[in-house]
Ligand binder design. Structure first.
Ligand SMILES: [Zn+2]
Length: 613
Protein backbone atom coordinates (compact mmCIF):
# COMPACT_ATOMS: atom_id res chain seq x y z
CA UNK A 1 0.00 0.00 0.00
CA UNK A 2 1.39 3.37 -1.01
CA UNK A 3 0.72 6.06 1.55
CA UNK A 4 -1.09 8.94 -0.14
CA UNK A 5 0.10 11.75 2.11
CA UNK A 6 3.22 12.73 4.00
CA UNK A 7 3.28 14.29 7.39
CA UNK A 8 4.35 17.90 7.95
CA UNK A 9 6.28 17.63 11.24
CA UNK A 10 5.43 19.87 14.17
CA UNK A 11 8.88 21.45 13.92
CA UNK A 12 7.56 23.13 10.76
CA UNK A 13 4.42 24.41 12.43
CA UNK A 14 4.68 27.42 14.73
CA UNK A 15 1.52 27.65 16.81
CA UNK A 16 0.31 31.05 17.91
CA UNK A 17 -3.29 31.50 18.95
CA UNK A 18 -5.48 32.18 21.93
CA UNK A 19 -6.54 28.57 22.47
CA UNK A 20 -3.40 26.47 22.18
CA UNK A 21 -0.61 28.93 22.94
CA UNK A 22 -1.56 29.40 26.61
CA UNK A 23 -1.88 25.63 26.97
CA UNK A 24 1.53 25.03 25.48
CA UNK A 25 2.98 27.69 27.76
CA UNK A 26 1.39 26.00 30.78
CA UNK A 27 2.79 22.72 29.51
CA UNK A 28 6.35 24.08 29.44
CA UNK A 29 6.11 25.96 32.71
CA UNK A 30 4.14 23.42 34.75
CA UNK A 31 3.24 20.05 33.22
CA UNK A 32 6.64 18.98 31.95
CA UNK A 33 8.59 20.05 35.06
CA UNK A 34 5.95 18.38 37.26
CA UNK A 35 6.26 15.07 35.39
CA UNK A 36 10.05 15.21 35.56
CA UNK A 37 9.96 15.91 39.28
CA UNK A 38 7.50 13.07 39.86
CA UNK A 39 9.75 10.66 37.97
CA UNK A 40 12.57 11.69 40.29
CA UNK A 41 10.70 11.65 43.61
CA UNK A 42 8.86 8.37 42.99
CA UNK A 43 12.07 6.46 42.36
CA UNK A 44 11.43 5.97 38.67
CA UNK A 45 14.77 7.51 37.72
CA UNK A 46 16.52 6.10 40.77
CA UNK A 47 15.63 2.61 39.54
CA UNK A 48 18.19 3.11 36.79
CA UNK A 49 20.89 3.77 39.44
CA UNK A 50 19.82 0.58 41.18
CA UNK A 51 20.09 -1.36 37.93
CA UNK A 52 23.51 0.16 37.32
CA UNK A 53 24.67 -1.18 40.68
CA UNK A 54 25.16 2.31 42.08
CA UNK A 55 22.34 2.20 44.60
CA UNK A 56 21.77 -0.81 46.85
CA UNK A 57 18.13 -0.04 47.74
CA UNK A 58 15.38 -2.25 46.30
CA UNK A 59 13.44 -1.60 43.09
CA UNK A 60 10.60 0.85 43.63
CA UNK A 61 7.16 1.04 42.01
CA UNK A 62 5.48 -0.83 39.17
CA UNK A 63 7.52 -3.08 36.92
CA UNK A 64 6.97 -0.93 33.80
CA UNK A 65 7.80 2.43 35.40
CA UNK A 66 10.85 2.92 33.16
CA UNK A 67 8.41 3.78 30.39
CA UNK A 68 7.28 6.93 32.21
CA UNK A 69 10.83 8.27 32.29
CA UNK A 70 11.20 7.60 28.58
CA UNK A 71 7.92 9.33 27.74
CA UNK A 72 8.90 12.43 29.69
CA UNK A 73 12.24 12.52 27.84
CA UNK A 74 10.35 12.25 24.57
CA UNK A 75 8.10 15.14 25.60
CA UNK A 76 11.09 17.20 26.72
CA UNK A 77 12.73 16.55 23.35
CA UNK A 78 9.65 17.77 21.48
CA UNK A 79 9.54 20.82 23.68
CA UNK A 80 13.23 21.55 23.03
CA UNK A 81 12.69 21.36 19.27
CA UNK A 82 10.51 24.45 19.21
CA UNK A 83 11.72 26.05 22.46
CA UNK A 84 15.44 25.61 23.19
CA UNK A 85 16.10 25.50 26.92
CA UNK A 86 19.71 24.74 27.98
CA UNK A 87 18.72 24.11 31.59
CA UNK A 88 16.12 21.50 30.61
CA UNK A 89 18.54 19.92 28.16
CA UNK A 90 21.20 19.66 30.88
CA UNK A 91 18.73 17.91 33.17
CA UNK A 92 17.71 15.43 30.49
CA UNK A 93 21.35 14.74 29.59
CA UNK A 94 21.94 13.77 33.22
CA UNK A 95 18.95 11.40 33.21
CA UNK A 96 20.20 9.83 29.97
CA UNK A 97 23.59 9.16 31.58
CA UNK A 98 21.82 7.28 34.35
CA UNK A 99 19.75 5.27 31.85
CA UNK A 100 22.82 4.35 29.80
CA UNK A 101 24.62 3.16 32.92
CA UNK A 102 21.78 0.72 33.62
CA UNK A 103 22.05 -1.12 30.30
CA UNK A 104 23.44 -4.61 30.66
CA UNK A 105 26.43 -5.97 28.70
CA UNK A 106 24.27 -7.76 26.15
CA UNK A 107 22.07 -4.71 25.59
CA UNK A 108 19.19 -5.73 27.87
CA UNK A 109 17.52 -2.81 29.60
CA UNK A 110 14.59 -2.91 31.98
CA UNK A 111 15.35 -1.94 35.53
CA UNK A 112 12.69 -4.12 37.17
CA UNK A 113 14.20 -7.35 35.89
CA UNK A 114 17.80 -6.29 36.34
CA UNK A 115 17.21 -5.28 39.96
CA UNK A 116 14.36 -7.48 41.20
CA UNK A 117 13.99 -10.54 38.98
CA UNK A 118 17.06 -11.18 36.82
CA UNK A 119 16.15 -14.87 36.41
CA UNK A 120 12.63 -14.05 35.16
CA UNK A 121 13.53 -12.14 32.01
CA UNK A 122 11.50 -13.13 28.93
CA UNK A 123 9.33 -15.60 30.85
CA UNK A 124 6.02 -13.70 30.83
CA UNK A 125 5.07 -11.85 27.66
CA UNK A 126 2.82 -9.58 29.72
CA UNK A 127 5.66 -7.98 31.64
CA UNK A 128 6.08 -5.06 29.24
CA UNK A 129 9.73 -5.68 28.43
CA UNK A 130 9.44 -4.60 24.81
CA UNK A 131 6.77 -2.04 25.69
CA UNK A 132 9.35 -0.21 27.79
CA UNK A 133 11.90 -0.70 25.04
CA UNK A 134 9.51 0.87 22.54
CA UNK A 135 9.15 3.99 24.63
CA UNK A 136 12.93 4.14 25.04
CA UNK A 137 13.28 4.04 21.26
CA UNK A 138 10.74 6.81 20.72
CA UNK A 139 12.49 8.98 23.31
CA UNK A 140 15.90 8.29 21.80
CA UNK A 141 14.82 9.16 18.26
CA UNK A 142 13.17 12.36 19.50
CA UNK A 143 16.15 13.44 21.58
CA UNK A 144 18.55 12.90 18.70
CA UNK A 145 16.32 15.04 16.46
CA UNK A 146 16.04 17.73 19.11
CA UNK A 147 19.67 17.99 20.18
CA UNK A 148 21.80 16.06 17.72
CA UNK A 149 23.05 13.99 20.66
CA UNK A 150 22.94 10.25 20.07
CA UNK A 151 23.89 8.71 23.40
CA UNK A 152 20.33 7.54 24.05
CA UNK A 153 19.91 6.46 20.44
CA UNK A 154 22.95 4.21 20.83
CA UNK A 155 21.37 2.69 23.92
CA UNK A 156 18.14 2.16 21.97
CA UNK A 157 19.92 0.53 19.03
CA UNK A 158 21.82 -1.82 21.33
CA UNK A 159 18.53 -2.78 22.94
CA UNK A 160 16.78 -3.31 19.59
CA UNK A 161 19.75 -5.39 18.41
CA UNK A 162 19.44 -7.43 21.57
CA UNK A 163 15.77 -8.13 20.76
CA UNK A 164 16.78 -8.98 17.21
CA UNK A 165 19.36 -11.48 18.46
CA UNK A 166 16.82 -13.35 20.58
CA UNK A 167 13.60 -13.19 18.57
CA UNK A 168 12.65 -13.61 14.94
CA UNK A 169 12.32 -16.26 12.25
CA UNK A 170 13.93 -19.51 13.44
CA UNK A 171 14.65 -17.90 16.81
CA UNK A 172 12.32 -17.64 19.82
CA UNK A 173 8.64 -16.77 19.56
CA UNK A 174 7.38 -13.60 21.20
CA UNK A 175 4.01 -11.88 21.46
CA UNK A 176 4.55 -8.62 23.32
CA UNK A 177 1.60 -8.27 25.72
CA UNK A 178 1.48 -4.48 25.48
CA UNK A 179 2.02 -3.21 21.97
CA UNK A 180 4.24 -0.17 21.38
CA UNK A 181 7.50 -1.76 20.21
CA UNK A 182 6.10 -2.22 16.70
CA UNK A 183 5.58 1.45 15.86
CA UNK A 184 8.80 2.32 17.71
CA UNK A 185 10.91 -0.07 15.63
CA UNK A 186 9.58 1.54 12.46
CA UNK A 187 10.62 4.93 13.85
CA UNK A 188 14.05 3.51 14.63
CA UNK A 189 14.33 2.32 11.05
CA UNK A 190 13.52 5.80 9.73
CA UNK A 191 16.10 7.30 12.11
CA UNK A 192 18.91 4.86 11.29
CA UNK A 193 18.12 3.36 7.89
CA UNK A 194 18.59 -0.15 9.36
CA UNK A 195 15.97 -2.33 7.69
CA UNK A 196 16.21 -5.07 10.30
CA UNK A 197 14.29 -2.85 12.71
CA UNK A 198 11.11 -2.58 10.67
CA UNK A 199 11.43 -6.22 9.69
CA UNK A 200 11.45 -7.15 13.37
CA UNK A 201 8.31 -5.03 13.82
CA UNK A 202 6.69 -6.89 10.94
CA UNK A 203 7.66 -10.24 12.44
CA UNK A 204 6.29 -9.24 15.85
CA UNK A 205 2.95 -8.35 14.27
CA UNK A 206 2.86 -11.65 12.41
CA UNK A 207 3.48 -13.56 15.65
CA UNK A 208 0.02 -12.62 16.90
CA UNK A 209 -2.92 -14.96 16.72
CA UNK A 210 -1.01 -18.23 16.33
CA UNK A 211 -1.01 -19.50 19.90
CA UNK A 212 2.52 -18.36 20.73
CA UNK A 213 1.48 -16.08 23.61
CA UNK A 214 2.51 -17.19 27.10
CA UNK A 215 2.06 -15.55 30.46
CA UNK A 216 -0.25 -14.29 33.13
CA UNK A 217 -2.80 -12.69 30.79
CA UNK A 218 -3.08 -15.69 28.52
CA UNK A 219 -3.85 -17.90 31.50
CA UNK A 220 -6.61 -15.67 32.88
CA UNK A 221 -9.87 -17.24 31.93
CA UNK A 222 -12.00 -14.13 31.57
CA UNK A 223 -9.34 -12.21 29.61
CA UNK A 224 -7.34 -14.61 27.51
CA UNK A 225 -5.42 -13.81 24.34
CA UNK A 226 -7.94 -11.24 23.06
CA UNK A 227 -7.02 -8.92 25.94
CA UNK A 228 -3.75 -8.16 24.19
CA UNK A 229 -4.98 -8.76 20.63
CA UNK A 230 -3.45 -12.24 20.32
CA UNK A 231 -6.70 -14.01 19.45
CA UNK A 232 -6.47 -13.83 15.65
CA UNK A 233 -3.71 -13.08 13.13
CA UNK A 234 -3.63 -9.32 12.70
CA UNK A 235 -4.69 -9.40 9.05
CA UNK A 236 -7.89 -11.21 10.11
CA UNK A 237 -8.96 -8.66 12.72
CA UNK A 238 -12.66 -7.80 12.35
CA UNK A 239 -13.44 -6.11 15.61
CA UNK A 240 -11.64 -4.36 18.40
CA UNK A 241 -10.94 -6.44 21.49
CA UNK A 242 -9.30 -6.16 24.87
CA UNK A 243 -7.23 -3.37 26.29
CA UNK A 244 -7.93 -0.11 24.47
CA UNK A 245 -4.47 1.48 24.53
CA UNK A 246 -2.84 -1.72 23.35
CA UNK A 247 -5.30 -1.97 20.47
CA UNK A 248 -4.57 1.60 19.36
CA UNK A 249 -0.81 1.07 19.44
CA UNK A 250 -1.25 -2.18 17.54
CA UNK A 251 -3.25 -0.58 14.74
CA UNK A 252 -0.77 2.31 14.59
CA UNK A 253 2.07 -0.18 14.24
CA UNK A 254 0.15 -2.11 11.57
CA UNK A 255 -0.36 1.09 9.57
CA UNK A 256 3.35 1.89 9.86
CA UNK A 257 4.44 -1.57 8.74
CA UNK A 258 1.89 -1.50 5.92
CA UNK A 259 3.62 1.62 4.59
CA UNK A 260 7.26 0.80 5.25
CA UNK A 261 6.96 -2.72 3.82
CA UNK A 262 5.19 -1.53 0.69
CA UNK A 263 2.21 -3.74 1.57
CA UNK A 264 1.87 -6.24 4.40
CA UNK A 265 -1.76 -7.16 3.76
CA UNK A 266 -3.14 -5.20 6.72
CA UNK A 267 -5.32 -2.76 4.80
CA UNK A 268 -8.56 -4.69 5.02
CA UNK A 269 -8.15 -5.31 8.73
CA UNK A 270 -7.37 -1.65 9.41
CA UNK A 271 -10.45 -0.43 7.57
CA UNK A 272 -12.72 -3.02 9.12
CA UNK A 273 -11.59 -2.44 12.65
CA UNK A 274 -11.78 1.33 12.19
CA UNK A 275 -15.46 1.01 11.30
CA UNK A 276 -16.01 -1.24 14.29
CA UNK A 277 -14.29 1.14 16.70
CA UNK A 278 -15.75 4.40 15.43
CA UNK A 279 -19.31 3.30 14.72
CA UNK A 280 -19.92 0.94 17.61
CA UNK A 281 -17.37 1.46 20.34
CA UNK A 282 -16.52 5.15 20.53
CA UNK A 283 -17.94 7.72 22.89
CA UNK A 284 -19.08 11.10 21.64
CA UNK A 285 -15.93 12.51 23.25
CA UNK A 286 -13.71 10.38 21.02
CA UNK A 287 -12.86 8.32 24.09
CA UNK A 288 -12.74 4.53 23.86
CA UNK A 289 -12.70 1.58 26.23
CA UNK A 290 -15.83 1.37 28.32
CA UNK A 291 -14.76 -1.10 30.97
CA UNK A 292 -12.55 -0.67 33.97
CA UNK A 293 -11.93 -4.39 34.47
CA UNK A 294 -9.93 -4.86 31.27
CA UNK A 295 -9.22 -1.16 30.65
CA UNK A 296 -10.89 -1.74 27.35
CA UNK A 297 -13.71 -3.01 25.20
CA UNK A 298 -16.69 -5.18 26.03
CA UNK A 299 -19.43 -5.55 23.40
CA UNK A 300 -20.66 -3.27 20.62
CA UNK A 301 -22.73 -0.32 21.85
CA UNK A 302 -21.91 -1.03 25.49
CA UNK A 303 -21.08 2.59 26.28
CA UNK A 304 -22.12 3.48 29.83
CA UNK A 305 -21.45 7.05 30.89
CA UNK A 306 -20.83 7.02 34.64
CA UNK A 307 -18.55 4.00 34.53
CA UNK A 308 -16.94 4.88 31.19
CA UNK A 309 -13.24 4.12 31.45
CA UNK A 310 -12.01 6.16 28.46
CA UNK A 311 -8.38 6.19 29.52
CA UNK A 312 -6.61 9.36 28.48
CA UNK A 313 -3.91 7.22 26.83
CA UNK A 314 -6.56 5.51 24.69
CA UNK A 315 -7.79 8.86 23.35
CA UNK A 316 -4.18 9.75 22.55
CA UNK A 317 -3.94 6.37 20.84
CA UNK A 318 -6.97 7.30 18.73
CA UNK A 319 -5.13 10.42 17.58
CA UNK A 320 -1.99 8.45 16.74
CA UNK A 321 -3.89 5.80 14.78
CA UNK A 322 -6.28 8.15 12.98
CA UNK A 323 -3.38 10.35 11.96
CA UNK A 324 -1.77 7.36 10.28
CA UNK A 325 -5.07 6.40 8.60
CA UNK A 326 -5.43 9.94 7.27
CA UNK A 327 -1.95 9.81 5.78
CA UNK A 328 -2.60 6.35 4.31
CA UNK A 329 -5.83 7.25 2.55
CA UNK A 330 -5.97 11.04 2.35
CA UNK A 331 -9.51 10.92 3.71
CA UNK A 332 -10.82 13.64 6.04
CA UNK A 333 -13.00 11.22 7.99
CA UNK A 334 -9.95 10.08 9.90
CA UNK A 335 -9.02 13.66 10.77
CA UNK A 336 -12.60 14.12 12.03
CA UNK A 337 -12.08 11.40 14.59
CA UNK A 338 -8.60 12.69 15.40
CA UNK A 339 -10.04 16.13 16.13
CA UNK A 340 -12.89 14.72 18.21
CA UNK A 341 -10.51 12.70 20.37
CA UNK A 342 -7.98 15.51 20.67
CA UNK A 343 -10.33 18.34 21.70
CA UNK A 344 -12.42 16.22 24.04
CA UNK A 345 -11.09 12.85 25.14
CA UNK A 346 -7.44 13.91 25.38
CA UNK A 347 -7.75 17.50 26.51
CA UNK A 348 -9.99 16.58 29.43
CA UNK A 349 -7.08 14.53 30.76
CA UNK A 350 -5.24 17.63 31.94
CA UNK A 351 -6.36 20.34 34.35
CA UNK A 352 -6.31 23.96 33.22
CA UNK A 353 -3.58 24.50 35.80
CA UNK A 354 -1.45 21.91 33.99
CA UNK A 355 -0.51 19.86 37.03
CA UNK A 356 -3.44 17.49 37.57
CA UNK A 357 -4.54 14.57 35.44
CA UNK A 358 -7.41 12.24 34.71
CA UNK A 359 -6.61 8.62 33.98
CA UNK A 360 -10.32 7.78 33.58
CA UNK A 361 -12.66 10.10 31.68
CA UNK A 362 -16.32 9.30 32.43
CA UNK A 363 -19.16 11.13 30.68
CA UNK A 364 -21.08 11.64 33.88
CA UNK A 365 -20.05 11.96 37.48
CA UNK A 366 -21.72 12.24 40.87
CA UNK A 367 -19.07 14.78 41.81
CA UNK A 368 -16.55 12.40 43.28
CA UNK A 369 -14.22 12.03 40.27
CA UNK A 370 -11.29 14.46 40.26
CA UNK A 371 -7.94 14.98 38.62
CA UNK A 372 -4.87 14.23 40.72
CA UNK A 373 -1.19 15.19 40.42
CA UNK A 374 0.10 11.69 39.72
CA UNK A 375 -0.74 7.98 39.79
CA UNK A 376 1.12 4.83 40.80
CA UNK A 377 0.54 3.86 37.17
CA UNK A 378 1.22 7.22 35.53
CA UNK A 379 0.99 6.32 31.87
CA UNK A 380 -1.56 9.06 31.23
CA UNK A 381 0.32 12.09 32.61
CA UNK A 382 3.47 11.05 30.77
CA UNK A 383 1.52 10.42 27.57
CA UNK A 384 0.14 13.96 27.78
CA UNK A 385 3.70 15.12 28.34
CA UNK A 386 4.72 13.82 24.92
CA UNK A 387 1.44 14.52 23.13
CA UNK A 388 0.91 18.23 23.81
CA UNK A 389 4.25 19.56 22.53
CA UNK A 390 3.76 17.63 19.29
CA UNK A 391 0.18 18.61 18.36
CA UNK A 392 1.58 20.57 15.42
CA UNK A 393 2.04 17.15 13.79
CA UNK A 394 -1.64 16.93 13.03
CA UNK A 395 -2.26 20.25 11.30
CA UNK A 396 -0.99 19.65 7.75
CA UNK A 397 -0.18 16.85 5.36
CA UNK A 398 1.14 16.98 1.80
CA UNK A 399 1.14 15.07 -1.44
CA UNK A 400 3.35 15.85 -4.44
CA UNK A 401 1.43 18.94 -5.40
CA UNK A 402 -1.20 19.58 -2.74
CA UNK A 403 -1.27 20.65 0.87
CA UNK A 404 -4.01 19.25 3.09
CA UNK A 405 -5.23 21.32 6.03
CA UNK A 406 -6.48 18.92 8.70
CA UNK A 407 -6.75 21.14 11.76
CA UNK A 408 -7.67 24.78 12.15
CA UNK A 409 -5.62 26.66 14.69
CA UNK A 410 -3.53 29.80 14.62
CA UNK A 411 -0.14 28.90 13.18
CA UNK A 412 2.40 29.39 10.46
CA UNK A 413 3.35 26.25 8.57
CA UNK A 414 6.52 25.90 6.50
CA UNK A 415 5.42 23.33 4.01
CA UNK A 416 7.44 21.33 1.49
CA UNK A 417 5.37 19.67 -1.19
CA UNK A 418 6.56 16.40 -2.68
CA UNK A 419 7.47 18.15 -5.94
CA UNK A 420 9.94 20.42 -4.15
CA UNK A 421 7.78 23.52 -3.92
CA UNK A 422 8.05 25.36 -0.62
CA UNK A 423 5.31 27.54 0.77
CA UNK A 424 4.29 29.21 3.97
CA UNK A 425 0.71 28.97 5.07
CA UNK A 426 -0.47 31.18 7.88
CA UNK A 427 -3.78 30.56 9.65
CA UNK A 428 -5.51 33.23 11.70
CA UNK A 429 -8.56 32.07 13.61
CA UNK A 430 -10.48 32.02 16.86
CA UNK A 431 -11.17 28.31 16.39
CA UNK A 432 -12.64 26.36 18.16
CA UNK A 433 -14.83 29.27 19.31
CA UNK A 434 -15.84 30.27 15.82
CA UNK A 435 -15.50 28.78 12.38
CA UNK A 436 -13.80 31.60 10.48
CA UNK A 437 -10.25 30.89 9.33
CA UNK A 438 -8.09 33.24 7.27
CA UNK A 439 -5.16 31.88 5.34
CA UNK A 440 -2.24 33.84 3.97
CA UNK A 441 -0.61 31.84 1.18
CA UNK A 442 3.08 32.47 0.53
CA UNK A 443 4.61 30.18 -2.09
CA UNK A 444 8.28 30.84 -2.81
CA UNK A 445 7.19 31.87 -6.28
CA UNK A 446 3.97 31.83 -8.24
CA UNK A 447 3.04 28.22 -8.87
CA UNK A 448 0.14 25.91 -9.63
CA UNK A 449 -0.75 23.59 -6.79
CA UNK A 450 -3.68 22.53 -4.66
CA UNK A 451 -4.84 23.48 -1.19
CA UNK A 452 -7.35 21.16 0.43
CA UNK A 453 -9.37 22.40 3.36
CA UNK A 454 -11.04 19.81 5.56
CA UNK A 455 -14.78 20.23 5.91
CA UNK A 456 -15.26 18.82 9.39
CA UNK A 457 -17.91 16.15 9.81
CA UNK A 458 -19.73 18.41 12.25
CA UNK A 459 -19.97 21.21 9.71
CA UNK A 460 -23.19 21.39 7.72
CA UNK A 461 -22.53 24.56 5.77
CA UNK A 462 -19.34 26.19 4.61
CA UNK A 463 -18.27 29.13 2.46
CA UNK A 464 -14.87 29.83 1.03
CA UNK A 465 -13.36 32.62 -0.99
CA UNK A 466 -9.99 33.31 -2.53
CA UNK A 467 -8.85 36.92 -2.67
CA UNK A 468 -12.42 37.99 -1.94
CA UNK A 469 -14.03 35.93 -4.67
CA UNK A 470 -16.00 32.75 -4.24
CA UNK A 471 -14.87 29.94 -6.55
CA UNK A 472 -17.38 29.20 -9.32
CA UNK A 473 -17.85 25.76 -7.95
CA UNK A 474 -16.74 24.21 -4.67
CA UNK A 475 -15.42 20.72 -5.15
CA UNK A 476 -15.36 18.48 -2.12
CA UNK A 477 -13.27 15.33 -2.42
CA UNK A 478 -12.85 12.87 0.43
CA UNK A 479 -14.04 15.49 2.86
CA UNK A 480 -11.82 18.32 1.63
CA UNK A 481 -12.63 21.45 -0.34
CA UNK A 482 -10.16 21.30 -3.18
CA UNK A 483 -8.76 24.62 -4.34
CA UNK A 484 -6.55 24.05 -7.35
CA UNK A 485 -5.11 27.13 -9.05
CA UNK A 486 -2.07 29.20 -9.72
CA UNK A 487 -1.15 30.68 -6.35
CA UNK A 488 0.89 33.83 -5.90
CA UNK A 489 2.57 35.23 -2.79
CA UNK A 490 0.01 37.27 -0.86
CA UNK A 491 -3.04 35.29 -1.90
CA UNK A 492 -5.65 35.00 0.80
CA UNK A 493 -8.30 32.41 1.55
CA UNK A 494 -11.19 32.92 3.91
CA UNK A 495 -13.01 29.82 5.14
CA UNK A 496 -16.28 30.26 7.02
CA UNK A 497 -17.64 27.17 8.70
CA UNK A 498 -21.08 27.48 10.24
CA UNK A 499 -20.81 26.47 13.86
CA UNK A 500 -24.29 26.21 15.34
CA UNK A 501 -25.08 24.41 18.57
CA UNK A 502 -25.88 20.84 17.54
CA UNK A 503 -27.85 18.20 19.33
CA UNK A 504 -26.38 14.75 18.78
CA UNK A 505 -27.89 11.36 19.50
CA UNK A 506 -26.69 7.86 20.15
CA UNK A 507 -27.52 4.68 18.35
CA UNK A 508 -30.67 3.27 20.02
CA UNK A 509 -28.68 0.26 21.20
CA UNK A 510 -26.73 2.53 23.53
CA UNK A 511 -29.31 1.96 26.25
CA UNK A 512 -28.03 4.57 28.67
CA UNK A 513 -28.68 7.38 26.22
CA UNK A 514 -32.27 6.62 25.32
CA UNK A 515 -34.24 9.87 25.30
CA UNK A 516 -31.07 11.89 25.78
CA UNK A 517 -29.09 14.29 23.68
CA UNK A 518 -25.58 15.71 23.86
CA UNK A 519 -24.59 19.22 22.85
CA UNK A 520 -21.77 19.86 20.47
CA UNK A 521 -20.53 23.03 18.86
CA UNK A 522 -17.74 22.79 16.33
CA UNK A 523 -15.28 20.17 17.52
CA UNK A 524 -16.22 20.60 21.16
CA UNK A 525 -18.55 18.34 23.07
CA UNK A 526 -20.24 20.13 25.94
CA UNK A 527 -21.31 19.01 29.38
CA UNK A 528 -23.38 20.32 32.25
CA UNK A 529 -21.75 20.95 35.59
CA UNK A 530 -23.89 21.42 38.66
CA UNK A 531 -22.27 24.72 39.57
CA UNK A 532 -23.70 26.40 36.45
CA UNK A 533 -27.29 25.19 36.88
CA UNK A 534 -30.15 26.74 38.78
CA UNK A 535 -31.74 23.39 39.66
CA UNK A 536 -30.28 20.01 40.63
CA UNK A 537 -28.46 18.49 37.68
CA UNK A 538 -30.71 15.45 37.54
CA UNK A 539 -33.72 17.77 37.05
CA UNK A 540 -32.22 19.55 34.02
CA UNK A 541 -33.82 18.73 30.68
CA UNK A 542 -33.48 20.08 27.18
CA UNK A 543 -36.82 21.87 26.63
CA UNK A 544 -38.76 20.83 23.55
CA UNK A 545 -38.88 24.44 22.38
CA UNK A 546 -35.27 25.13 23.32
CA UNK A 547 -33.48 28.16 21.96
CA UNK A 548 -29.72 27.92 22.30
CA UNK A 549 -27.57 30.99 22.75
CA UNK A 550 -23.82 31.21 22.96
CA UNK A 551 -21.79 33.62 25.03
CA UNK A 552 -18.03 33.94 25.12
CA UNK A 553 -16.73 34.45 28.63
CA UNK A 554 -13.04 35.28 28.55
CA UNK A 555 -12.81 35.12 32.33
CA UNK A 556 -14.32 31.67 32.74
CA UNK A 557 -12.21 28.48 32.69
CA UNK A 558 -9.38 30.05 30.72
CA UNK A 559 -11.80 31.67 28.27
CA UNK A 560 -14.63 29.57 26.87
CA UNK A 561 -17.79 29.89 24.85
CA UNK A 562 -20.74 28.87 27.00
CA UNK A 563 -23.94 27.37 25.60
CA UNK A 564 -27.16 28.44 27.26
CA UNK A 565 -30.53 26.86 26.60
CA UNK A 566 -33.77 28.84 27.09
CA UNK A 567 -37.33 27.60 27.02
CA UNK A 568 -40.24 29.21 25.16
CA UNK A 569 -40.89 31.56 28.06
CA UNK A 570 -37.33 32.84 27.91
CA UNK A 571 -36.29 31.10 31.13
CA UNK A 572 -32.73 29.81 31.20
CA UNK A 573 -32.93 26.07 31.64
CA UNK A 574 -29.35 24.95 31.21
CA UNK A 575 -25.77 26.18 30.90
CA UNK A 576 -23.17 23.99 29.23
CA UNK A 577 -19.38 24.25 29.21
CA UNK A 578 -16.85 22.36 27.07
CA UNK A 579 -16.28 18.84 28.34
CA UNK A 580 -12.51 19.31 28.37
CA UNK A 581 -12.90 22.07 30.98
CA UNK A 582 -14.96 20.16 33.53
CA UNK A 583 -13.77 19.62 37.11
CA UNK A 584 -11.73 22.79 37.21
CA UNK A 585 -14.02 24.54 39.69
CA UNK A 586 -15.90 23.46 42.78
CA UNK A 587 -16.68 19.76 42.91
CA UNK A 588 -20.10 18.68 41.74
CA UNK A 589 -22.03 16.36 39.45
CA UNK A 590 -21.47 16.50 35.69
CA UNK A 591 -23.16 14.98 32.66
CA UNK A 592 -22.64 15.01 28.90
CA UNK A 593 -25.93 13.33 27.98
CA UNK A 594 -29.03 15.29 28.93
CA UNK A 595 -32.66 14.10 28.94
CA UNK A 596 -34.87 15.74 26.35
CA UNK A 597 -38.37 16.83 27.29
CA UNK A 598 -39.66 15.37 24.05
CA UNK A 599 -37.08 13.26 22.34
CA UNK A 600 -36.69 14.12 18.67
CA UNK A 601 -36.93 11.42 16.05
CA UNK A 602 -33.55 9.90 15.51
CA UNK A 603 -31.57 9.89 12.34
CA UNK A 604 -28.10 8.54 11.75
CA UNK A 605 -26.72 6.16 14.31
CA UNK A 606 -23.08 5.46 14.93
CA UNK A 607 -22.05 4.40 18.37
CA UNK A 608 -22.28 7.36 20.66
CA UNK A 609 -22.32 9.93 17.92
CA UNK A 610 -23.80 11.58 14.92
CA UNK A 611 -27.35 12.27 14.10
CA UNK A 612 -27.91 15.95 13.97
CA UNK A 613 -31.10 17.61 15.07
ZN1 LIG B 1 -2.79 5.88 30.51
Amino acid sequence: MIQILKNVPFTSVQIKDSFWSPRLETFRMTTLPACLTQCETTGRIQNFDRAAGQDPTPFEGLFFNDSDVYKVIEGAAYSLMNHPDPELERKIDAVIDRIAAAQEEDGYLMTYFTVAAPDKKWTDMEKHEMYCGGHLIEAAVAYKQATGKDKLLQVACRLADHYDSLFGPSKRHWVEGHEEIELALVKLYYATGEERYWKLAHWLLEERGHGHGRGMIWDKEDWGPSYCQDDVPVRDIHKVTGHAVRAMYLYSGMADVEVVSGGAGYEGALRRVWDNVVHRNMYVTGGIGSSRSNEGFTGDYDLPNDTAYCETCAAIGMVLWNHRMNLLYGDAKYADVLERSMYNGVLAGLSLSGDKFFYVNPLSSDGSHHRVPWFDCSCCPTNIARFLPSIGNYVYAVSDNEVYVNLYLGNTGSIHLGNGLILRLQQTTQYPWNGRVEFAVQPEQEAEFGIRLRVPGWCGSVQVNVNGEAPEQIRIEQGYIRLWRRWAPGDRIVLEMDMPVERVYSHPLVMMNEGKTALQRGPLVYCLEQTDQEVPLNAVQVPSDVRFAIRHDSGLLGGITVIEGYDGAGQRRLTAVPYYAWDNREAGPMTVWIPEEQPKSLRVYTGQIVGRS
